[in-house]
Design a protein around this ligand. Sequence first.
Ligand SMILES: [Fe+2]
Length: 270
Amino acid sequence: MMKVVLITDTHVTVRGEKVRGIDPVERLDACVRAIQRLVPDADLCVMMGDNVDTPSEQEYRTFLQCLSPLKMPIRYLIGNHDDRDMFVRVSPNLPRDRDGHVQSMLQTKDGVFLFLDTGKSGEHYGDYSGVKLVWLKEQLQLAGSRPVYVFMHHPPFRTGFWNDHSMVREPEKILEVISEAGNVRHIFVGHTHRATSGSWKEITWTALHGTCYENDFELLPAKPNYRGGPAQIGILLVDGEESALHFHDILDPYPLIAYSGKSNREPQPA
Ligand SMILES: [Fe+2]
């Protein structure tokens, strides 16, 4: 079984600079400490985009520095706050496809992972068209009958939230490719700044909350206000055809109640 850590929408700035009143670097540092404590043996970490906020090269350096204590391999997605070329300049060894997009495939004994690049330079909406679709079609063909798990920053489906305005444009194109292949089991996305799950035709999906600010619960047509958010990460367990995603809030306001082995109604030790 594979253990994969999912982190999205870190919106890292330079140290000390806040985003909507939140210190994103402090939060990412706390996530890294939690990963070291909870899942130091994870096989992989996926950074799901909006890795930095502005963006700037200094922010990317800070972002990578925050992640440097992690021992597992890391794959990166591109979000609307990212700049692909800038990120590649700071981190030249990022896995990319033949056209330079930051997207790649990872074959494992438990399935095939596809990391898609939905970034569109200068735009907030997601793009998955042209040569990106050609690449995806090839990867899905290569995967054959093995289960495929897809990771992308922008959702290609609606969630009922403001972010639907900036979902992947012309989503029917990617849906056609995925449906034709028939091997995609689940899609994981960021961008929404809310933990959400649903289905899109025959495919199930999950959006992660992110570690920086969250969008308050205000459905369309409202433009949501923001909240501090729980600084949530995901811990994904994949065992071939089976998968389970655990949400873990770093800023947990609830006290731990230790299991005593006694009945719930018996007096508990103070
Ligand atoms: Fe974001």
